[in-house]
Design a protein around this ligand. Structure first.
Ligand code: ARG
Length: 265
């Protein structure tokens, strides 16, 4: 009798474990944590890619996330967080992906996997209209000691830390949001802000007396960040992006938010 009940316990446990593996432990069809939902991390401080308007998340990345969700047949759930925490959230599985103007870098590839790129950008420099900084190279002159504002954890932060701070050419001031750096620039606390081109243009539009320099600092590609080793999800996201590109959907979304910059001649 004793033996029988022990056997029963073991059988129940084994069946339990197998069932658990089937539902959660084993990855589902597309490799998300929940079969019906794609949880997307954004940092909604980055117009026109992600921002809040009338209590709603809007922007190019939000629409691309939704379009990917549609292709995968899942609901998209947006989680707004500080930019500097997104890659960690992806790496730990707290979210399925990060779609937040995230630029591909070799260093980041050690922490997460990247989908194919869905668009390109450049790092630009914002200064006051009367600034002595006229081109990117003006940031790298010895003896000038520039104070450069960036959003914490962005590529702007990484580049300026390497090229300016560690070279002894100036100081990098890090802010939670790009717009905080802009405020510091307007207040004269820093000499320039290094940030991606389209947000730079938006912020300059909203603030008097600022301009974006013509010369770019660096060229980059935006991509979807996925947990390292999650080949299934990467494959599905890449397939979805491929279809969205071929259909012209990505271009349509980008054009909806960025139009005046497409000068014809
Ligand atoms: N492209 C830059 C990077 O990858 C900045 C992205 C900032 N994104 C945001 N939603 N604030 O670091």
């Amino acid at each position: 009798m004793k033996k029988l009940s022990l056997l029963l316990v073991i059988v129940t446990a084994v069946v339990g474990i197998i069932t658990a593996c089937g539902t959660q432990g084993k990855k589902n069809r597309i490799g998300t944590a929940n079969a019906d939902v794609l949880v997307v991390a954004i940092s909604a401080d980055f117009p026109p890619y992600e921002y809040v308007e009338k209590n709603q998340y809007k922007g190019i990345d939000v629409e691309i996330a939704e379009a990917i969700g549609e292709k995968l047949g899942v609901e998209v759930q947006v989680k707004d967080m500080k930019f500097s925490t997104i890659l960690g959230a992806v790496a730990s599985g707290k979210v399925d992906v990060g779609i937040s103007g995230i630029s591909i870098t070799e260093l980041r590839k050690k922490q997460v996997d990247f989908s194919q790129a869905y668009t390109t950008t450049v790092q630009t420099i914002i200064v006051k209209e009367d600034s002595v900084i006229r081109e990117a190279s003006d940031l790298f002159r010895f003896g000038k000691y520039r104070r450069v504002g960036v959003q914490t954890g962005t590529t702007g932060d990484l580049y300026c830390t390497d090229d300016i701070e560690l070279e002894g050419l100036g100081r990098v001031e890090r802010y939670n949001e790009g717009e905080d750096a802009i405020k510091a620039l307007v207040a004269g606390k820093i000499d320039c802000v290094v940030i991606d081109q389209e947000p730079a243009r938006e912020f300059v539009k909203r603030n008097q007396g600022l301009k974006v320099l013509e010369t770019a600092y660096a060229e980059e590609e935006y991509s979807v960040a996925i947990k390292k080793g999650n080949k299934r999800l990467t494959k599905h996201i890449n397939q979805a992006l491929e279809q969205l590109k071929n259909e012209g959907t990505i271009q349509k979304i980008v054009d909806k938010y960025i139009n005046e910059s497409k000068e014809e001649d």
